[in-house]
Design a protein around this ligand. Structure first.
Ligand SMILES: [Zn+2]
Length: 193
């Protein structure tokens, strides 16, 4: 009996703290990013994209092409990943695929209907297909990829009405930072070869 009371008391305390932290996050994000002249419809997009850029920088430090991705559900990061093709000798080891897999494992469901995927570079055909298959609600990406982009550049897989699911898209978020990160990675790689 006493244990049960204690547990309820602790749970309530935990819940109250969680509510406070959520409220603080919301306020912090809005005050920092939610200006009237914000170019993005969702004020927190730049915040999460900055985190994806940090993950991409980690990939670069390990010799991987710098692409970072995260899955967010109701303003909470569910999964984070970066490109690991070289590390894992994995042809499908793109940041998006790894992030979607991690998120699905964590949520214990493969349909990610309320999820937003943030990625620093426009997804390729494989990853755009994975977004459709995972029923992701929204995609936010940074730099466009004129050579392999399958969201707006070469193909429009995520919004193709012939497929059974369409993803809302927002490109160009912190695009300058993302493309500069890629450019400097390839510049550096050429210089050491
Ligand atoms: Zn890809």
């Amino acid at each position: 009996m006493d244990t049960a009371v204690l547990r309820v008391g602790w749970d309530y305390g935990y819940f109250a703290r969680w509510m406070q932290v959520s409220a603080d996050n919301e306020l912090g994000m809005n005050s920092e990013f939610g200006h009237l002249d914000d170019p993005y419809p969702f004020p927190s997009d730049a915040h999460f994209m900055q985190r994806a850029l940090d993950l991409a920088a980690r990939a670069a430090s390990l010799g991987e092409v710098p692409v970072g991705a995260l899955v967010v559900v109701r303003n909470t990061i569910i999964a984070e990943a970066f490109n690991r093709r070289e590390l894992d000798h994995d042809p499908v080891g793109h940041a998006e695929v790894i992030a979607l897999r991690k998120a699905a494992h964590r949520l214990r469901r493969w349909r990610l209907v309320s999820a937003t995927l943030y990625v620093t570079l426009e997804p390729c055909p494989m990853c755009a297909g994975a977004l459709v298959n995972a029923r992701v609600d929204r995609l936010v990406y940074g730099a466009s990829d004129p050579k392999a982009g399958a969201v707006e550049s070469l193909y429009e897989i995520t919004t193709d009405p012939r497929l059974n699911h369409q993803v809302k898209i927002q490109g160009g978020v912190l695009a300058k930072q993302a493309s500069e990160q890629l450019r400097s990675f390839f510049r550096h790689r050429r210089s050491v070869k």
